[in-house]
Design a protein around this ligand. Sequence first.
Ligand SMILES: Nc1nc2c(ncn2[C@@H]2O[C@H](COP(=O)(O)OP(=O)(O)OP(=O)(O)O)[C@@H](O)[C@H]2O)c(=O)[nH]1
Ligand SMILES: [Mg+2]
Length: 189
Amino acid sequence: MGLLDKLSVWLGRGRTEVTVLVLGLDNSGKSTLLDALRPPEQRVHHSQPTVGQQQDHFQSSGVSFSAWDVSGAPRHRALWERHYRRAHAVIFVVDSADHLRLVVAREELELMLAHPDMFGRRLPLLVFANKCDANHALAPMQVAAALGLERITDKPWHICASNALSGAGLTDGIAWLARQIRDLHIQHH
Ligand SMILES: Nc1nc2c(ncn2[C@@H]2O[C@H](COP(=O)(O)OP(=O)(O)OP(=O)(O)O)[C@@H](O)[C@H]2O)c(=O)[nH]1
Ligand SMILES: [Mg+2]
């Protein structure tokens, strides 16, 4: 069973239609991570950068994931910001070894959190401190500090170290996400 199938089982299959946005800078590992969530027989093992509007999308058992490069051209920004409204959760992927661009990642995260369709919503934010296997990768606590996560008060957030190539750390993160979405769902019904 792929992680995505586990997620839908944890959420209660057929009960909910869940949309998860996967956001992050280019090269942070979004496509690789999405691939790792698929059942093994459905993996595509792409190593090409995702270009322009051809964002990564994957859907199974009522759970839909869309991955977007948030540092793309402004004309693409409007495109993925349209998806904020119907998102139930956000996964923000960071390259833990790309120290220089952590500040850019923080800016993009802050823009997303301040967006009118996001601000004030109790929507779970899962941060993957990805490439934890890479040389000089920062620890998740350090990534959390660099991103200023402690300042987020309107959303439950969680940070996990991950290696999207091996799948390490993904289960922990997705299990947290499933709990959050389920709890929110119960509150609203
Ligand atoms: N060492 C290591 N490399 C990783 C990891 N995750 C992804 N990569 C590599 O990082 C590169 C970028 O990964 P992608 O999944 O294409 O990144 P992306 O965020 O989809 O990038 P764009 O499509 O350009 O926005 C690829 O060469 C991956 O193999 C990881 O956890 N560890
Ligand atoms: Mg990609």
